[in-house]
Design a protein around this ligand. Structure first.
Ligand code: GDP
Length: 602
């Protein structure tokens, strides 16, 4: 682009329009480019700093640097380069996989096995992160429950997760949520380790599971690939040490580090109110050391760390990077995924929270707009010309061919096809969740739509359409896209007449006679599209080449008898209705036509 780096300053937020201006792009081309990246934005949409940066990255624009205005200590700036004296930190691991493949069992078994020192009664409340010890080293595990949390974690996943352990049951193989987990891990840039679970089961087939995984892009090390796969039994505890070894090995290779001599910082991973305690917030420290008594800011709220407990509920005075803790002391509840940062004193903390609140309200009425929100905003966005689809197919090949064929539908640039997501397997709750509220169609191809899912979709007003024949699916998509096109006015020629006599001229009517030169003349004509009522016939009156005015055909006569039409070669009389006063003269020509609003066709 430019030789010199261009700096764009963003205070709280910037509109798409302003950003386009700054980038020297036309708004439509910026919006168009964003569409291609799966981000639907409108011209006046306000986007925050992070989203703007993301857009610039996604668009591959170089030579431009974004800078925040007047927000020197804004919490979202906490991702700095590591210093030379950064220290190793425990890996942060998320366990994901298809339902019933054993995620909970794996976490429970690990927890029981590895946290022997846990007090009697063990863990009493649900916590979103645990820390285990293996070979004298710590490993932090994140619990990733329901879909909403999953979607939220996806937003922040890149920062939150170093390693994703994908649990696959050896007797069931790769399933839709397995694929989802793989996609998540890849999009979050996390390292993947596969735990092939339930190897104690009779139907367990490790090689087949591996083959299944390699079909989905995960090549086992045993077969020359780069994905570590550990066969385990979460229930019996087989091979769990090996799994932990592999996690630590991966962490070593990744050289996961953090600075400790900086103000404490991290992420909010859960928050709720408790009677008597006020806000109870789970944090994951990612840098510095958090201590009780310190002031912290997260988004638009702040507080003093009053109490701090480790995941077992034991008081903790100091939390180092990768440590999950539960604290009280926030004035108000921060949001999941908010970044927190230590402030030197209460005054600074309060001021910073205010600045953040200001920034947020600048960015959008209530909260930060993230790229995920942007995607969600498709429903608010005044853009009826985007056709959002989610494609689910029985096998990868069918998904690919459906998607490819959808892309081939040519809308002359009038409708943008936005593939929200694709996947192998039945239509799931998550698909409906992703589609909810949006103008989105979920296409199933040779899959099942479980009854509870179709009910949920019906409730949420999400269209789920299942097909077994690809052409039918494509016809449906084409028709849906045609529905998005603006209707257009179509005029069709009917005939032409030469005026041979004018019998009466009034303010709003003229009766004249003439000869039909081509086509025919009638007052009404059946619509060629076969739709709706008959069409009114209009005429444009020309004198020599000049257009004099427009008339409407009221009735047609032949030899003083009313007729429905006169055809070429015939002579007769016409009663015209006038909108505007007009004089028709001898030798004028009237060109007759119909006018119809028609849906455009693709
Ligand atoms: P999640 O939905 O992925 O959390 O799966 P769960 O951990 O709830 O496990 C689902 C079912 O599989 C439970 O009945 C577990 O007891 C069982 N299960 C989990 N791991 C194993 C295993 O290694 N072997 C056997 N035989 N059963 C297992």
């Amino acid at each position: 682009m430019e030789d010199q780096e261009k700096v764009i300053q963003i205070a709280g937020a910037i509109t798409v329009d302003e950003l386009a201006n700054e980038l020297g792009l036309s708004v439509t081309s910026l919006i168009g480019e964003l569409f291609k990246q799966g981000i639907v934005a409108t011209i006046n949409q306000r986007i925050d700093f992070d989203t703007a940066s993301l857009m610039i990255d996604e668009l591959g624009i170089s030579g431009v640097r974004l800078e925040k205005k007047n927000t020197s200590t804004k919490t979202s700036e906490i991702h700095h380069e590591l210093s030379d004296h950064a220290v190793l930190r425990p890996p942060v691991v998320a366990v994901m996989g298809h339902v019933d493949h054993g995620k909970t069992t794996l976490l429970d078994t690990l927890l029981n096995k590895k946290t022997v020192e846990a007090e009697a009664g063990g863990i009493t409340q649900h916590i979103s992160a645990y820390q285990l010890e293996h070979e004298g080293r710590k490993i932090t595990f994140l619990d990733t429950p329901g879909h909403e949390a999953f979607a939220a974690i996806r937003q922040h996943g890149a920062m939150l997760t170093d390693i994703v352990v994908i649990v696959v049951a050896a007797d069931d193989g790769v399933k839709p949520q397995t694929v989802e987990a793989i996609k998540f891990a890849q999009s979050a840039n996390a390292k993947i380790i596969v735990a092939i679970n339930k190897i104690d089961r009779e139907g367990a087939d490790i090689p087949r599971t591996m083959a299944d995984l390699s079909q989905h892009g995960l090549q086992p090390e045993e077969w020359g690939g780069d994905i570590t796969m550990v066969p385990i039994s979460a229930k019996r505890g087989d091979n769990l040490d090996k799994l932990l070894d592999m996690i630590l090995l991966t962490a070593d290779i990744e050289e996961l580090k953090a600075d400790v001599d900086i103000p404490a910082e991290g992420l909010v991973i859960e928050s709720h109110m408790e009677v008597g305690k006020g806000s109870v917030v789970n944090l994951l420290v990612t840098g510095g050391e958090l201590k009780t008594g310190e002031f912290i800011v997260a988004g638009s709220t702040y507080g003093k760390v009053r109490t701090m407990l480790d995941f077992r509920g034991k008081p903790k005075g100091k939390a180092t990077p990768s440590t999950p803790v539960t604290i009280t002391g926030f004035k108000e509840l921060p949001n999941f995924g908010d970044q927190f940062i230590e402030a030197p004193d209460e005054k600074t903390a309060r001021k910073q929270a205010l600045i953040n609140a200001q920034g947020n309200s600048d960015a959008l009425a209530s909260s930060n707009v993230t790229s995920t929100d942007l995607l969600r905003m498709m429903n608010v966005a005044d853009n009826s010309k985007v056709f959002n689809v989610i494609v689910k197919g029985d096998v990868l090949g069918s998904v690919t061919s459906v998607v490819d064929s959808l892309k081939m539908i040519d809308t002359h640039g009038e409708v943008t096809l936005n593939i929200v997501s694709t996947g192998v397997g039945d239509v799931t709750e998550n698909d409906v969740y992703m589609a909810a509220g949006d103008n989105t169609v979920i296409y199933g191809f040779n899959v099942n739509v479980p009854t509870n899912i179709s009910k949920m979709a019906a409730r949420d007003g999400v269209a789920v359409r299942n097909y077994r024949v690809i052409y039918e699916l494509l016809d449906d998509a084409k028709a849906s896209m045609e529905d998005l096109l603006d209707a257009e006015i179509v005029e069709e020629e009917v005939g032409e007449m030469k005026i041979k006599g004018v019998f009466r001229t009034e303010r709003s009517a003229i009766i004249a006679g003439g000869e039909v030169l081509t086509g025919k003349v009638a007052a009404k004509i059946v619509s060629p599209t076969g739709a709706g009522a008959d069409l009114q016939v209009f005429g444009r009156v020309y004198r020599k080449k000049e257009l004099i005015g427009e008339v409407e055909v009221d009735s047609v006569q032949k030899e003083k008898m009313a007729v429905s039409e006169l055809v070429a070669g015939e002579t007769g009389g016409i009663a015209f209705k006038l909108e505007k006063r007009l004089v028709i003269e001898l030798d004028d020509r009237v060109k007759f036509f119909t006018r119809e609003m028609r849906k455009k066709k693709l």
